[in-house]
Design a protein around this ligand. Structure first.
Ligand code: CUA
Length: 183
């Protein structure tokens, strides 16, 4: 079969692009531990605030010392608009939406997930002390650009999480806030 030179060039171009995309995806997943959300848990999006899991948005510590942050997304805000968590401590974020698709992103960290109405997105990550901006990275309407919140990460000794005993400190992980975003 005779293949025209131009066609060959385009075929090779596509092959190069595909391998670049595949390589960058593999690097992001294996080196930077960036993964798509894999936590499948459903919730009635019309009754989020009445649901026991999100009745009290914010940060708490369970009996085993694990820190959990519950966040509700809506047009056009994150609830609560400010949270404080301890540094060098795994924090499990549980995020859901009351209306449309939003993108929960803690800027310059690996803390990021798509937020879909009807589902609870969940991920766990660790931060260095500092202040971080939380944005919405999924276009959700006219006020999309105003959808922001603040994450304060304070040293463990300064964090008073309802007098709870924290789980052991862990060295902060790759991508988990190596660059502080001061806002
Ligand atoms: Cu929420 Cu964009």
């Amino acid at each position: 079969m005779r293949v025209d030179l131009y066609e060959k060039i385009w075929m090779w171009g596509v092959a190069v692009m595909l391998s670049l995309f595949f390589t960058s995806t593999a690097i992001a997943a294996l080196r930077d531990s960036r993964h798509p959300p894999s936590h499948v848990e459903t919730i009635d999006p019309t009754r989020v605030m009445a649901d026991a899991r999100f009745r009290a948005p914010g940060v708490s510590v369970d009996v085993t010392g694990r820190v959990q942050a519950r966040i509700v997304g809506m047009t056009f805000a994150w609830l609560p608009a400010e949270i404080t968590v301890p540094a060098e401590t795994p924090v499990t974020f549980r995020v859901t939406s009351m209306d449309v698709v939003h993108g929960f992103e803690i800027v310059r960290t690996d803390g990021q997930t798509m937020v879909l109405p009807g589902y609870v997105s969940q991920f766990t990550t660790t931060f260095d002390a500092g202040e971080y901006l939380i944005t919405c990275n999924e276009y959700c309407g006219i006020g999309h650009h105003t959808m922001a919140a603040k994450l304060h990460v304070v040293p463990r000794a300064q964090w008073h999480g309802q007098g709870a005993t924290l789980s052991p400190a862990v060295p902060h992980t790759a991508g988990g806030g190596d660059d502080h975003d001061h806002i």
